[in-house]
Design a protein around this ligand. Structure first.
Ligand SMILES: C[S@@+](CC[C@H](N)C(=O)[O-])C[C@H]1O[C@@H](n2cnc3c(N)ncnc32)[C@H](O)[C@@H]1O
Length: 262
């Protein structure tokens, strides 16, 4: 394990959704006009303001170090369509969508799916401040409902990169849903956060399983479950863990998984 080298260290982890997220929004939009003007259309400056706030009051953002692993991956794989499950205050949305815009060869789309409507509204306000409204769509509601809706509306047909960072037990459920909707296919890259802290053994087991193992498991589950719950066990994945740190300095890792198709 390497060392925690982040320039900024978040406050120790405490609660969330106790008013701190609104405080963050007010701390930004109540800045003196000339300071707020410096943040407009300036994603790095907005991220720095969020990081600075989180040194005093913890925010559950991806942070600098894991964020850099993922922006490097965006540079390497150049996705056009990215979907994020769990947007919170919009830190990863602003970081990844601005990076996507910088490296994409085609007009990029970033879908941020967030359950909490207050957080969703905050993300929209900060995305607008960052000048990213042409790239980002924020979908408010449970991730599975939003995935089905966006697919049914025809705005989401394939996911080049899926970032899973929401309710840990829903990672496998939502990946299987994406498989059964045909959203994940050869070349899709999955990035799952928090696979060490707090950890997600069922997800790691699923993305690391062979097709044979998944077929056996599907047979064991038997009939009765719909396609969504079954996913597509014939899809092959190549998966690896990359160790890093939470922005508090606590060790964590992301799981990077590439879909190799059938
Ligand atoms: C760890 S935070 C996301 C952090 C964010 N990706 C970042 O790095 O800046 C998890 C978020 O997932 C949201 N969430 C939890 N369950 C969800 C669900 N079923 N669908 C969509 N969002 C969900 C929570 O409201 C919370 O905002």
């Amino acid at each position: 394990m390497s060392k925690f080298t982040s320039k900024i260290s978040y406050a120790e982890q405490h609660d969330f959704n106790d008013g701190r997220e609104i405080d963050l929004l007010l701390s930004i939009f109540h800045l003196p006009p000339e300071n707020l003007a410096r943040l407009r259309n300036n994603p790095p400056a907005i991220l720095a303001a969020i990081d600075q706030f989180a040194t005093q009051k913890y925010l559950m953002n991806i942070g600098e170090l894991k964020g850099k692993l993922i922006t490097d991956l965006i540079s390497q794989t150049k996705p056009t369509t990215m979907v994020e499950l769990g947007g919170y205050v919009g830190y990863s949305t602003i970081l990844f969508a601005s990076h996507l815009r910088a490296v994409s060869t085609a007009p990029p789309r970033y879908f941020c799916l967030e359950l909490n409507p207050v957080f969703g509204a905050m993300i929209m306000a900060l995305v607008d401040l960052a000048g990213l409204t042409e790239v980002v769509t924020v979908a408010i509601g449970p991730s599975d409902v939003s995935l089905k809706r966006l697919h049914a509306e025809g705005v989401l047909a394939k996911i080049d990169m899926l970032f899973l960072d929401h309710y840990k037990p829903a990672y496998v459920r939502d990946l299987k849903l994406c498989e059964s909707l045909g959203l994940v296919a050869a070349g899709s890259v999955l990035v799952a956060d928090n696979v060490v802290k707090p950890g997600n053994p069922p997800y790691l087991e699923y993305v690391r399983a062979s097709v044979e193992e998944k077929k056996v498991k599907k047979e064991a589950l038997g009939v009765g479950l719909g396609d969504e719950a079954m996913g597509d066990p014939l899809l092959r994945y190549k998966s690896r863990m990359v160790e890093s740190f939470e922005p508090t300095g606590i060790p964590d890792a992301i799981e990077i998984t590439v879909c190799e198709g059938y």
